[in-house]
Write a protein that binds this ligand. Structure first.
Ligand code: K1U
Ligand code: ZN
Length: 169
């Protein structure tokens, strides 16, 4: 297994739209293992392949306290959303140190393949639903800061560029 480098906002590669995974073979299973290791190492609750510069429709999530309940979604598609939306605090491993409120569907149902290539449906609410929507946005090249005001987004962009140049705030 290997730790993969995570792309940081405002890297333009974060805006690429991911393609469907053609099949779950040994190379996809290795990518899944590497993404899980990378997510756990970074103390995240989710990671999309886009964030590790692989532009395929694959996400990994683990919202459990013990960090022992990984959820792997290959070619995920939302099949149902609740009528209700809620404002939740979000963070992103590609925008380190920034947290802000984003409105998301309170509950969703998602169809996907698992790491064995088996079709499954996941019904999610609360943090899991938020995380699934956040990760699926990554696959569409969308980052949570794009839901914020242009003023906030530009401040975040400037802060990230400074951080990447090694400058202080
Ligand atoms: O996609 C990512 O960059 C991972 C991201 C997932 C996420 C967190 C919170 C709401 C929606 C999606 C993270 O894991 S950020 C770090 C984190 O563990 C965290 C941050 C805020 C709340 C809960 C967890
Ligand atoms: Zn993210």
């Amino acid at each position: 297994m290997a730790l993969l480098p995570i792309l940081c906002y405002p890297d333009p590669k974060l805006h690429r739209i991911a393609s469907p995974v053609p099949g779950v073979d040994a190379s996809v299973r290795r990518l899944i293992a590497d993404m899980l290791e990378t997510m756990y190492d970074a103390k995240g609750i989710g990671l999309a392949a886009t964030q590790v510069d692989v532009h395929q429709r694959l996400i990994v999530i683990d919202i459990s306290e013990q960090r022992d309940q990984p959820l792997v979604l290959v070619n995920p598609g939302i099949t149902w959303t609740s009528a209700e939306k809620k404002l939740n605090e979000e963070g992103c491993l590609s925008v380190p140190g920034i947290y802000d409120g984003v409105e998301r569907f309170d509950a969703v149902a998602v169809s996907a393949l698992d790491r064995d290539g088996k079709a499954r449906v996941v019904e999610a609410s609360g943090l899991l639903a938020v995380c699934i929507q956040h990760e699926m946005d990554h696959l569409m090249g969308r980052i949570f800061v794009e839901y914020l005001s242009p003023l906030k987004r530009n401040r975040i962009k400037t802060k990230m560029r400074k951080l990447q140049r090694g400058e202080r705030d």
